[in-house]
Design a protein around this ligand. Structure first.
Ligand SMILES: CC(C)(COP(=O)(O)OP(=O)(O)OC[C@H]1O[C@@H](n2cnc3c(N)ncnc32)[C@H](O)[C@@H]1OP(=O)(O)O)[C@@H](O)C(=O)NCCC(=O)NCCS
Length: 169
C-alpha cells in the first residue's frame, strides 16, 4: 500500500475521480446493480440521502493516492435511521488495494468520526450475496441487527443490516 491519505470529497468536484474508482471496482458495482458501468450508481452513491439529512449530514471520504487518483471511497450519512445515528452507505476499494488493511483503516476512520459526533452506533447494510464483505464487517465487530428481504420492486437484493455500538468502553 503506497502513501494514501483520507480526504474529504465533494459530490460535484470529485465526481470524475469517484467514477474512475467505480470503473476499476466494477466487480462490486456489477454485483449490486447488475451493470459494471453504471453512472447512475456513482451519482446516487454521492448524493442519495433521506429527506431529514441535510448537506452537513453527508460525509464523503476518499482514500487518495499521491497521484490524486482514489484507492477507495467511504460514504456515510448521519440521522439515519434515527436522529444522531450514523450509517455507512458504501465502502469500496480498488481491487488492487484490497486485502492489505486499507478497508480496516478507512472503516475505522469513519467509525472514529461517528464516535466523535457522539453517535450511539453506526450501521451498514451488506448484500446477502457479498459474503466476503460480511466477513470483513463481522471482523470489524459489527453485529447482525436485522435482515431485509429483497423488494421485488427494488434491486432484488436481500440485505443484512449490521450495527456497531459506539458506547464508551
Ligand atoms: C470489503 C472491503 C472494503 C474490505 O477492505 P480490505 O482492505 O479488503 O480489508 P482489510 O484488508 O482491511 O481487512 C481487515 C480485516 O478483515 C479481515 N477480512 C477482510 N475480508 C475478509 C474475508 N473475506 N474473510 C475473512 N476475513 C476478512 C482481514 O483478514 C483483516 O483482518 P486483520 O485485521 O485481523 O488482519 C474491500 O474488500 C472492498 O472494497 N470490497 C468490494 C466492495 C465491498 O464489498 N464493499 C462493502 C460493501 S457493504
Amino acid at each position: 500500500m503506497a502513501e494514501i491519505e483520507i480526504v474529504e470529497l465533494d459530490a460535484k468536484a470529485d465526481y470524475v475521480r469517484v467514477a474512475d474508482l467505480m470503473h476499476r471496482a466494477s466487480d462490486y458495482v456489477a454485483m449490486e446493480t447488475g451493470k459494471a458501468n453504471n453512472p447512475g450508481f456513482v451519482h446516487s452513491t454521492l448524493t442519495d440521502a433521506p429527506p431529514n439529512c441535510g448537506p452537513d449530514d453527508i460525509f464523503l471520504r476518499g482514500l487518495e493516492r499521491a497521484d490524486g487518483s482514489l484507492a477507495g471511497f467511504a460514504g456515510s450519512i448521519r440521522h439515519f435511521p434515527k436522529k444522531g445515528h450514523w450509517y455507512m452507505g458504501l465502502l469500496i476499494l480498488d481491487p488492487l488495494e484490497r486485502g492489505q488493511g486499507l478497508g480496516k483503516t478507512a472503516a475505522q476512520h469513519v467509525i472514529n468520526e461517528a464516535r466523535a459526533d457522539n453517535a450511539p452506533c453506526i450501521r451498514v447494510a451488506v448484500l446477502d450475496v457479498n459474503k466476503d464483505a460480511r466477513k470483513f464487517w463481522d471482523h470489524m465487530g459489527f453485529e447482525h441487527e436485522r435482515t431485509v428481504r429483497a423488494d421485488p420492486k427494488g434491486d432484488g437484493h436481500k440485505r443484512h443490516v449490521l450495527r456497531l455500538d459506539l458506547a464508551e468502553e
